[in-house]
Design a protein around this ligand. Structure first.
Ligand SMILES: Cc1cc2nc3c(=O)[nH]c(=O)nc-3n(C[C@H](O)[C@H](O)[C@H](O)COP(=O)(O)OP(=O)(O)OC[C@H]3O[C@@H](n4cnc5c(N)ncnc54)[C@H](O)[C@@H]3O)c2cc1C
Length: 525
């Protein structure tokens, strides 16, 4: 862990931390925190050295004078999954988690340094085996795939033990009933049996547990860029703001390999980094985020609207922002779910690129997301074929990306649609096209566009024929981003006519906050 691990604090930053923390000493061999601990203070090292190790005792990094200990779990509250042991007598400043959070709010340069390091450290830890949770279950089980997908999207460091490939995993699952599989082993030797995503989150200490009835000023449904934009602006403007998210904060943007056109990042930024930064920022300003909680019904009211959640909780909100975005379309072929998560994916990130090196890979779709994924996989060493159904890619894809496909040797097949998949136990071997052609492919990445996540709304708010939420004049509403029901707004991809981009989603989310303010505190007549 080079860069992020070895960032150092300046003299003045150490002095600031000293004002807010407590100076402590520790002898060689002393444990500052260990796997399974519920929390730990931030530690800024004045002198001495500490080694950070994984569950198997392998050393990951050493921090010395002016270095610091901490990663994302300091902000998320997630259980500790590493151990820190003193290797040279130490003098350090311990800063309580809540105090640090407040300090990050006040001190811009310290906040930049620590947040960047925490985020980068998490990204690096995710790439290491043997850190974090262990998911033990067979690859052909939907439940195993659900948990793997959840861990991947939550950016939880995790490893997967498949009983077909590991004797240890086989022994573990042989001692429990089949309905208890998969198992999840948490840091600190805690074992969960077939946990729901919510149970796993809460066992890890991540996220908020909602009361049966919550009352807020602004309820944001959906934690993608639009929802997070509203959360940051809502919280900074003093609105009691709650975001609920059915899966993982970050939305589609969180799954994007690289966002090239977001203002302020000329070299591009990975979707996971952009959304991790947004989440850290929302938490810094005390917006409350609750995951995974799915909204399943909306009952409009006069002063309060009521949103009912899957787990039975209810939220009464003076204003509601619908920011539920859109979901990927799936391929209409038999047994697709047998392959999903094993050899069929909807996003191409570092783990997938590693998995696909020197393999034959198909990318399906004619849009820019498909092109970006194809280039990324080709650069990782995969032999990539891009399949799309139109006559010309230029009808749907930006010209610069068509040039990139050529540059990285991606083969393009026009007028191609997949009619069947062939393989065994979720491992793809070949696909058949509608014209009967067979292509040998080991992995498939699907970028087929998206449908809005609005089914749960019934006919409560006006929607267009495709299900996108109407706003402003189209909904006969007073406000620009207001729906057909006063006090209920829509922003981002879920909104009819929106530009499906991160920057516009964030902008719309932030704009709604202004309208909510006007509604809750109308100007005197
Ligand atoms: C692979 C990929 C690459 C992309 N690349 C770029 C790019 O380079 N540049 C760019 O500008 N844009 C890019 N985009 C588009 C961009 O990510 C989207 O426009 C943006 O994420 C939309 O934000 P949103 O908040 O409106 O919706 P989403 O990101 O879709 O977020 C909506 C959230 O709501 C949650 N949700 C849904 N239903 C419920 C419910 N009932 N209860 C609670 N929560 C719910 C979902 O789980 C989701 O997290 C890309 C998208 C993808 C998929």
């Amino acid at each position: 862990m080079a860069g992020p691990a070895h960032r150092v604090l300046s003299e003045s930053q150490l002095a600031t931390l000293a004002e807010h923390g407590e100076e402590r000493t520790a002898a060689v061999g002393e444990t500052l925190f260990e796997i399974g601990d519920e929390s730990y203070p931030f530690a800024a090292i004045i002198e001495g050295e500490v080694a950070v190790t994984d569950g198997a005792g392998h050393e990951i990094v050493r921090h010395g004078a002016s270095g610091f200990l901490g990663e994302m779990n300091l902000l998320s509250g997630q259980t500790v999954f590493l151990t820190a042991i003193v290797t040279e007598p130490m003098r350090y400043i311990a800063v309580d988690r809540e105090v640090l959070r407040q300090l990050l709010f006040e001190d811009g340069s310290l906040s930049d340094l620590l947040l960047s390091a925490f985020i980068e450290r998490r990204e690096l830890l995710q790439q290491r085996q043997g850190i974090g949770i262990e998911i033990v279950g067979p690859h052909d089980s939907n439940e195993t795939r659900r948990l793997l997908e959840f861990a991947r999207r939550m950016r939880l460091p995790h490893s997967w033990l498949d009983p077909a490939e590991s004797d240890e995993a086989k022994e573990l699952i042989e001692r429990v009933d089949s309905e208890d599989i998969p198992l999840v082993r948490l840091p600190g030797s805690i074992e969960l049996r077939r946990p729901s995503n919510g149970e796993l989150s809460r066992a890890l200490g991540i996220g908020l547990e909602l009361a049966p009835l919550e009352e807020v000023d602004l309820l944001v449904v959906g934690g993608g860029p639009a929802g997070l934009g509203a959360a940051v602006y809502g919280a900074t403007e003093g609105l009691a703001t709650l975001v609920i998210e059915s899966t993982v904060l970050g939305g589609q943007a969180g799954t994007s390999r690289r966002i090239e056109n977001y203002l302020g990042f000329p070299a591009g930024i990975s979707g996971s980094e952009l959304t991790s930064r947004a989440i850290a920022q929302a938490r810094k300003f005390h917006a409350r985020t609750a995951t995974p909680y799915r909204a399943r019904a909306l009952e409009p009211g006069g002063e309060h609207h009521l949103v009912k959640l899957d787990e039975g909780n209810e939220i009464a909100a003076k204003a509601v922002l619908l920011a539920t975005g859109a979901e990927y379309r799936r391929l209409p072929v038999a047994d697709l779910d047998h392959y999903e998560g094993i050899s069929v994916f909807y996003a191409a990130g570092p783990p997938e690129a590693q998995l696909c090196g020197a393999q034959r890979v198909g990318v399906v779709g004619g849009g820019n997301s498909a092109a970006q994924a194809a280039v990324w996989l080709a650069r990782g060493g995969a032999l990539v074929t891009l399949l799309h159904r139109r006559a010309e890619l230029s009808e749907t894809m930006s010209h610069y990306l068509i040039a990139e496909l050529e540059r990285y040797g991606v083969a393009v097949r026009d007028r191609s649609e997949i009619s069947a998949l062939r393989g065994e136990e979720g491992r793809l071997e070949a696909v058949t096209l509608t014209d009967g052609t067979q292509l040998q492919l080991s992995f498939l990445f699907l970028f087929l566009g998206a449908t809005p996540c609005t089914e749960w709304l019934g006919d409560v708010v006006a929607r267009d024929p495709k299900g996108f939420v109407l706003t402003g004049p189209d909904a006969e509403a007073d406000g620009l981003l207001e729906t057909s029901v006063p006090g209920i707004y829509a922003a981002g991809d879920v909104r009819a006519g929106s530009i499906k981009r991160c920057a516009t989603a964030v902008g719309e989310g932030a704009t709604v906050v202004r309208f909510v303010h006007e509604r809750l505190s109308p100007a005197p007549a």
